[in-house]
Ligand binder design. Structure first.
Ligand code: NAP
Ligand code: GCO
Length: 268
């Protein structure tokens, strides 16, 4: 039994999770730490990093936190150099940092569109590019890109996000194609609708006390009939970060409570 569990061990590994002070990134990093990895995370503001450091400490995790904007290539390259010196070469990268702007497309400025593409698509390219050379030197590595339902589906108001997350799916396949020969596995996780600050506006109670209409919409679309929790991404992320998935490459693992398999709740 233990041999099987050892496949999921991250003992001795350094894992960098971007934007991991809270939310999905925090949940994933926490699981990696419990599996033995040293955790490196960054966030865009120092106060978020401090909040993250405190949250990790509260769980007994000695994470290393850095302030870094993942869209800034020079800052990312500098961060990776510092981490290599202070912690060691990065074996696992999770491109988690992301933003969404919910604006009807014809009302959206080109600047806002570019901003979303910058954080959700260009930054995963920048971060992966920064760690792949040392992964090659070290004989392999794991890259996990946090995709979305919007890697497959469209929805009103999320044109930039869908374009970025669809692009991230193809970046995942391309990193696999280009660097699989160096024992680098690059896979994606496509979360369904997860209870985090990013989706808080879609779950806000209404002035009359009723739930936001988006809540019923998502439940009707999800065979599990509920929102998912960040912790439900821990097992899938651990699988993709560990040697248990060494033959899995270029795959998007949708963790969506069944949304993509389902046409939606039929009328009663
Ligand atoms: P979140 O709660 O908004 O957390 C995202 C984190 O990334 C925040 O700490 C954010 O900082 C940080 N960040 C944003 N821009 C950054 C930048 N330029 N540099 C460094 N850090 C930056 O999001 P989440 O819901 O946990 O989502 C995490 C990932 O999963 C995102 O890629 C998201 O698109 C994806 N996802 C989420 C869901 C969902 O239902 N929640 C579903 C599918 C996919 P700030 O607080 O300053 O913005
Ligand atoms: C939206 C959501 C998305 C989802 C997620 C789906 O407006 O559709 O906020 O961000 O949470 O990405 O997988």
């Amino acid at each position: 039994m233990n041999d099987y569990l050892n496949m999921f061990s991250l003992e001795g590994k350094v894992a960098w999770v971007t934007g991991a002070s809270y939310g999905i990134g925090f949940a994933i990093a926490t699981a990696f730490a419990k599996a033995g990895a040293t955790i490196v995370f960054n966030d865009i503001r120092q106060d978020l990093v401090d909040k993250g450091l405190e949250a990790y400490r509260a769980l007994g995790i000695d994470a290393k936190g850095y302030t870094c904007d993942v869209t800034d290539e020079e800052a990312v390259q500098a961060l990776v150099r510092i981490v290599e010196l202070e912690v060691g070469p990065i074996n696992i990268l999770v491109n988690n940092a992301g933003i969404i702007k919910r604006i009807p497309m014809i009302e959206m400025s080109a600047e806002d569109f570019r901003k979303v593409i910058d954080v959700d698509l260009n930054a995963p390219f920048i971060c992966a590019k920064a760690v792949i050379p040392s992964m090659i030197r070290e004989g392999g590595g794991k890259i996990i890109n946090i995709c979305s339902m919007m890697s497959e589906l469209g929805r009103e108001t999320v044109s930039a996000y869908a374009a970025a997350k669809g692009g991230l799916k193809m970046l995942t396949r391309n990193i696999c194609s280009e660097y699989g020969q160096y024992n680098i596995q690059c896979n994606g996780i496509g979360p369904g609708y997860i209870e985090t600050p990013q989706t808080a506006p879609l779950r806000e109670p209404q002035p009359d006390g009723s739930m936001h209409p988006f809540d019923a919409f998502i439940r009707a679309k999800t065979p599990a009939n509920r929102w998912l929790k960040p912790e439900e991404l821990q097992g899938p992320a651990l699988f993709l970060a560990s040697s248990a998935s060494d033959a899995v490459n270029g795959h998007i693992l949708y963790v969506d409570g069944g949304i993509l398999a389902y046409i939606g709740k039929q009328p009663q």
